[in-house]
Design a protein around this ligand. Structure first.
Ligand code: NAD
Length: 303
């Protein structure tokens, strides 16, 4: 199949065959006319207006688990198949959620700033212990459960909310399901592990933030659209720490982003998925998805 891979960096490029571009859509490029398959990253928005550039397109592979950047209904209408990466190691995203959490609770970035100023002392660097704290996990799918496994040895109480209750996992990993309201009210730390869709868009809004404890920690490695950014800013002093790997407006991010004004916010540029192990798997799975499509194998097919 005539394939183009978009938004490819040198790490993933090693595992992809076909034409590779470091950028997303160049609207003046006429060579897309005969393209049958494309692979894209989570940063390539494939909306209604994108279809016109790929008149022969049969297959989109997104090199991500999330598919919210693709207009799936329009893909159905145009008979374009969409495949995603089923699982490239939920543990890697869970590891990053833990990294964000510990960076905040043990003030690693503030400590590093102090050190760079030549100051070797503990003034204004009081840490926050995880033991005895209540951790609320929103979403107990693959990543949520891996995060629970990582956090368990810290001896905290774990509560969770999900529309689907995995009672076996709750028993095995010793956590309990509660309502979303109860989770918001009881948690010292909240970590989001649900997909972005119409039901979950701005699930963390003004009303939900008001229900949280003062001094709460919020971690989001899922999708930026789960949090209403303005509401977060309106209540910024309520949070001990906010660790975000994802933002509502990642594509238009720049140094004037309002969240950069606050010392209790640590942002990473959507890198939770990006490790030595995962790029290998993502690259191989992308090429497998092309094979699966040609053999009518539905593994990993969303549309
Ligand atoms: N930052 C990154 O690099 C990165 C990488 C991979 C995935 N992600 C994000 O993480 C999300 C979770 O991934 P996963 O593999 O654990 O997905 P998953 O499908 O295994 O789990 C999602 C869980 O969310 C629950 N859920 C769905 N809608 C809900 C709702 N309205 N309320 C409560 N619970 C709900 C589901 O029942 C499921 O248990 C993905 O959708 C993706 O957006 C981010």
């Amino acid at each position: 199949m005539y394939t183009i891979h978009f938004d490819v960096d040198e790490e993933i490029a090693k595992y992809l065959k076909g034409i590779k571009y470091p950028h997303w859509l160049n609207e003046k490029n006429k060579s897309y006319q005969n393209v049958e398959a494309i692979s894209i990253s989570h940063l390539c928005k494939f909306g209604k207006s994108t279809f016109q550039y790929f008149p022969k397109l049969k297959l989109i592979i997104t090199r991500s688990v999330g598919v919210d950047h693709i207009d799936l209904e329009e893909c159905k209408r145009h008979s374009i198949a969409v495949y995603h990466i089923l699982d490239y190691g939920a543990i890697s995203i869970a590891e990053h959620a833990l990294a964000l959490l510990l960076s905040g609770t043990r003030r690693l970035f503030d400590a590093n700033k102090k050190i760079k100023k030549g100051e070797f002392n503990f003034r204004n660097l009081l840490g926050y212990s995880l033991y005895n704290k209540t951790i609320g996990i929103i979403g107990t799918g693959r990543i949520g459960l891996e995060f629970i496994k990582l956090i368990k040895p810290f001896n905290c109480q774990i509560i969770a909310y999900d529309i689907y209750k995995n009672e076996k996992a709750a028993k095995d990993l010793d956590f309990s399901y509660v309502s979303l309201d109860e989770l918001l009210q009881k948690s010292d730390i909240i970590s989001l592990h649900i997909p972005l869709n119409n039901d979950t868009h701005h699930i963390i809004d003004n009303n939900k933030i008001q229900k949280m404890k003062n001094g709460v920690i919020l971690i989001n490695t899922s999708r930026g659209g789960l949090i209403h950014t303005k509401a977060l800013i309106d209540h910024i002093n309520k949070f001990y720490f906010i660790g975000l790997d994802v933002l509502e407006d990642e594509q238009s991010f720049n140094k004037n982003h309002p969240l950069l004004n606050y010392d209790n916010v640590l942002i990473t540029p959507h890198i939770a998925f990006y490790t030595d192990e995962t790029v290998k798997l993502i690259g191989k799975e992308t090429m497998h998805s092309i094979e699966r499509f040609t053999k009518n194998d539905k593994t990993g097919r969303v549309v």
